[in-house]
Design a protein around this ligand. Structure first.
Ligand code: ATP
Length: 241
């Protein structure tokens, strides 16, 4: 479904953030991308979602294809219409808007009222706490609830592929577990997921496939369960030994 081939990205013509990254997200799967700070994870998501230019980044070579269509020159609004929707790092919900208004904002790209109503029901079924808090301002939610709202807002655009940028960031372990369960459920409902995470335990627990990025290159990739048993992942990303 998403196919990335030998992608090279630089910032300001100087900093090489991605150096020949190739990656596949097969339809219906959860794919995790692991890597430490500065590995290039956010850059990869920006290249996919068409937001690289906002950060003065450019694709120097390589290709990104989604359902066979070249993504290289698409703007963010077009990628959303194609079914690629990103949940940004740091949640960035609208604090002064209510939960329901935040969700409606996520569905603004579509005029299909029935589809939007179905999407909203789906979000409230996935996150009952958001239904309870639908009239409350976003800023009053806890960190975990804000992350759920950010995911819910992205689901309002009925994505084919949901892009998640570090959804566990700053959350307590119990809440991270809940986020992992919800990602698995979203996937069971038919949405493919690309999950960028520093929390390897959660990411490998929910993913089918995983890629490890190190300074702009893929250092390891394969079946998530198998990768989680390798010495390198155990040592560097799962904190064992
Ligand atoms: P983190 O987990 O800290 O967000 P990351 O894996 O997402 O890290 P990126 O943010 O993609 O890594 O950064 C990859 C490289 O590109 C780093 O060397 C970083 O300093 C550089 N970089 C990122 N954004 C920019 C930018 N807007 N301008 C210049 N260099 C940048």
């Amino acid at each position: 479904m998403l196919s990335i081939d030998r992608l090279h990205v630089t910032y300001g013509g100087a900093v090489q953030a991605l150096r020949g990254v190739s990656m596949e997200v097969p339809d219906g799967q959860v794919v995790a991308v692991l890597g430490s700070n500065g590995a290039g994870k956010s850059t990869l998501l920006r290249a996919i979602s068409g937001t690289l230019r906002l950060h003065r980044g450019t694709i120097d070579s390589g290709s990104l294809r989604f359902d066979g269509t070249d993504l290289g020159s698409r703007d963010p609004a077009t990628t959303v219409r194609m079914g690629l929707v990103q949940v940004p790092e740091g949640r960035r919900i609208f604090g002064r808007l209510t939960v329901e208004e935040n969700l409606r904002a996520g569905g603004m790209g579509s005029k299909d009222k029935a589809a939007k109503a179905r999407a909203q029901d789906r979000v409230y079924d996935l996150f009952p706490v958001l239904r309870e808090r639908s009239a409350q301002r976003g800023a009053l939610l806890s960190g975990g609830e804000q992350q759920m709202l950010a995911i819910g807002r992205a689901l309002m655009a009925s994505p084919k592929l949901l892009l998640l940028d570090e959804p566990s960031l700053g959350l307590a372990p119990r809440i991270i577990g809940q986020i992992g369960e919800v990602i698995a459920e979203i996937n069971r409902q038919g949405t493919s997921v690309l999950l960028v995470e520093q929390n390897a335990t959660m990411a490998l627990g929910v993913a089918d496939l995983a890629y490890v990025l190190e300074v702009g290159q893929v250092s390891l990739s394969g079946d998530a369960q198998e990768l989680s048993r390798t010495d390198e992942v155990q040592r560097l990303y799962l904190g064992h030994g």
